[in-house]
Design a protein around this ligand. Structure first.
Ligand code: GDP
Length: 435
């Protein structure tokens, strides 16, 4: 999945553009899952091509006060994480010193950079925009983020600029891809090293390599899998003081690239906001998730039982609580094999296909026992259902009046599916369609 990053100094209209790009899709996703959304990350689609959008401005602290250093970080972040960068400037204000500074950084980048001139909504402004050739970034696109005019051409250009990625080899398709994600210092590196051995975790870092993420194949305890590492994550050490702040953003590519995310949390700190954001990213991308509570060796067993701890985490996961949670220690290597087994299990569950006959046999009984509530005196009838042949589990139920089947009933169906088949750690989608 391609990633588009929006950069630019504060108040040029980055967020308005961001909201415009993600709007249509977000509306759909939100009504289904009801999860809180991240202001700075979303899914978009244009001409049938899906991509992710990041408003890097939102990730940079104090970006309302203008700090050149902060903008620099924002741009570096975009350079690391994105496939295409949209650089937004404002025709009303013309080229500011800050724009110059950003352009200087972007001129060095080999990734496609699209210069987007905002607030161009008449012929006069169109003429004024010519000034932006002086930024040395070549062709520019004019648009007006408020009305949306011009965004279509900009999006055409974005799609055209996506890199052509090599088809994955047969082996890459078959092997599960796992990404180890989590807050800084949660113990991700320790976990990886404990699992596969330091010497085996050799990442070739060739300058100018076009591969944006590195899958390294491993063979451990009889399991074969790829660990996903990304350019962005390897670069994290450069911004040590901002690690906390960037960790969610840095996880985006790894998560999108993986089948299952191994979310490492620090037992001594608990499940916090950053953990929640990363979890939400994985869930939103319909990836499998396993939660590993690491550093369990440091927790006083008398004060906190695994069951209490687990319960607290599950409360934070609402409504998606059917997730494996394991207590591990990368230091003492406790339960690492269990963790890997659980991860592989989630991968398999995510791929399982339930035979239509079996699915109907079970679900129609479940529906009969507790049918959708009547609305306006009308009875909803569901006579047939099936799993769709999609990459992630999706189920469709055919009804005479699908519009009357509401969220709570869909949750009931989902819970019943989860009770009868193992989808632990796997997000699933339920659709009600006209029969
Ligand atoms: P990362 O930033 O997520 O990769 O975290 P690191 O793997 O670098 O670990 C951060 C710190 O936590 C290091 O000092 C580790 O030695 C320590 N650490 C990691 N895992 C454990 C664990 O299971 N138990 C204890 N006691 N310390 C751990």
């Amino acid at each position: 999945n391609n990633i588009v990053a929006i950069v630019g100094r504060p108040n040029v209209g980055k967020s308005t553009l961001f909201n415009r790009l993600i709007q249509r899709r977000e509306a759909i996703v939100d009504s289904v899952s009801g999860v809180t959304r991240d202001r700075n990350y979303g899914k978009s689609e244009w001409n049938g091509k899906e991509f992710s959008v990041i408003d890097t401005g939102g990730y940079v602290r104090g970006s309302d006060d203008v700090f050149e250093g902060e903008i620099r970080k924002q741009v570096e972040l975009a350079i690391d994480e994105a496939d295409v960068i949209i650089f937004v400037v404002d025709v009303e204000e013309g080229i500011t010193p800050m724009d110059d500074a950003v352009a200087k950084l972007l001129r060095k980048v080999t990734k496609p950079v699209l210069l987007a001139v905002n607030k161009v909504d008449n012929a006069m402004r169109e003429k004024d925009a010519i000034e932006f050739y002086n930024l040395g970034l070549g062709e520019y696109y004019t648009f007006a983020s408020i009305s949306g005019s011009g965004t279509g051409d900009l999006l055409d250009a974005v799609i055209d600029a996506f890199p052509i990625k090599p088809e994955p080899t047969q082996e890459e398709i078959v092997l599960p891809r796992f990404a180890v994600v989590g807050r800084p210092n949660a113990g991700k590196s320790s976990f990886i090293n404990a699992l596969i051995g330091k010497d085996r975790y050799i990442v070739t870092d060739i300058a100018g390599t076009t591969r944006d993420s590195i899958d390294t194949k491993f063979d451990r305890f009889g399991f074969e899998f790829n660990l996903v590492d990304t350019a962005g994550i390897r670069r994290k050490a450069k911004v040590k003081e901002d690690l906390e702040f960037y960790s969610v953003m840095r996880s985006v590519r790894a998560i999108e690239h993986a089948d299952v995310c191994i979310l490492i949390i620090d037992a001594t700190r608990g499940f916090e906001g950053q953990d929640q954001s990363i979890f939400w990213l994985a869930e939103k991308n319909r990836k499998g998730v396993v939660i590993l509570v690491n550093k369990w060796d440091l927790v006083e067993k008398e004060t906190m039982s695994t069951r209490d701890y687990e319960e607290k985490i599950r409360e934070e996961l609402m409504p998606f609580t059917d997730v494996p949670i394991l207590f591990v220690s990368a230091l003492t290597k406790q339960r690492l094999l269990k963790a890997l087994e659980a991860t592989v299990k989630v991968f398999e569950s995510r791929q399982q296909r339930i035979a239509t006959s079996k699915f109907n046999e079970f679900m129609l009984k479940v529906i009969e026992a507790y049918p959708p509530p009547a609305t306006k005196g009308k009875y909803v009838k569901i006579k047939y259902c099936m799993q769709l042949p999609t990459k992630t589990p999706q189920f469709v139920f055919f009804a005479n009046m699908p519009q009357y089947v509401k969220e709570p009933y869909k949750r009931y169906l989902e819970n019943k599916i989860r009770e009868n088949w193992d989808f632990s750690g796997v997000p699933i989608d339920i659709y009600i369609r006209e029969k």
